[in-house]
Design a protein around this ligand. Structure first.
Ligand SMILES: O=C[C@H](O)COP(=O)(O)O
Length: 244
């Protein structure tokens, strides 16, 4: 069976208890979208358990934004995959460019985190993408291939892995690649991963550009940042994916 399309909201370091109301609004849109679209919200770690609790009985998934490669130990401030599961998570974003930038995560670190996530039954959403300098240098496809080879361990399946293509220069900038550029990148990624793995596009997805992005070959959904924080913005993106 082909997996449903997936739209994931990465709240990054945004969201407090008061914002659970937005999650409930998003769950309403998810319910209306039915089985054709999986909807996932990845709030900050502090909000995971309360959000999972608030969304009990809905068809909206909840996920983490990162996990440690170890399941416990002397790692102050870190959260393990097992702890994410305890909090109600089913997915975890790994290798986001903001983690690579802020925490100096390399592909080997990320591969270990993917293994940790799999070992706890979490779906790993592995983020890859080129910087603007790499695109300007004409090395986008090489960078994507290298990141995939080094950060995606053997054993990836459509059940345990999602790949998110996020050009670093498109994140939070309001700039998006052309349809031709997304098509080229996603075709290259598709050729590198086991069949059936869902490929998300991420970077400045909005209600205005979502339909065109979702109509692109090999785009199975989106990883959305800013436009996932409010139900009024995320709902039309969910609807666009359902109608794609
Ligand atoms: O994880 C989400 C991406 O970094 C995209 O963020 P954005 O939609 O705010 O550009």
């Amino acid at each position: 069976m082909t997996a449903p399309k997936l739209v994931a909201g990465n709240w990054k370091m945004n969201g407090r208890m008061v914002h659970l109301e937005e999650a409930l609004g998003i769950a309403t849109a998810s319910a209306a979208a039915g089985d054709e679209v999986d909807v996932l919200l990845c709030p900050p770690a502090t909000l995971l358990a309360p959000m999972a609790s608030a969304l009990t009985g809905s068809n909206t998934f909840v996920g983490g934004q990162d996990c440690h490669a170890n399941q416990s130990g002397a790692h102050t401030g870190e959260v393990s995959a097992a702890m994410l599961v305890d909090a109600g998570a089913s997915h975890v974003i790994l290798g986001h460019s903001e983690r690579r930038r802020d925490h100096h995560e390399g592909s080997a670190d990320i591969a270990a985190k993917v293994q940790a996530a799999w070992s706890e039954g979490l779906v790993a959403i592995l983020c890859i993408g080129e910087t603007e300098a790499e695109r300007d240098a004409g090395s986008t496809l090489t960078v994507l291939a290298e990141q995939l080879s080094a950060s995606l361990p053997e054993g990836a399946t459509p059940e345990n892995t999602v790949i998110a293509y996020e050009p670093v220069w498109a994140i939070g900038t309001g700039r998006t690649p052309s349809v031709a550029q997304i098509t080229e990148a996603h075709a290259a990624i598709r050729a590198h991963v086991p069949a059936g793995i869902r490929l998300l596009y991420g970077g400045s997805v909005t209600p205005q550009n979502a339909a065109a992005i979702f109509a692109t070959d090999n785009v199975d959904g989106a990883l959305v940042g800013g436009a996932s924080l409010k139900a009024e913005d995320f709902t039309p993106i969910i609807d666009a994916l359902k109608n794609a």
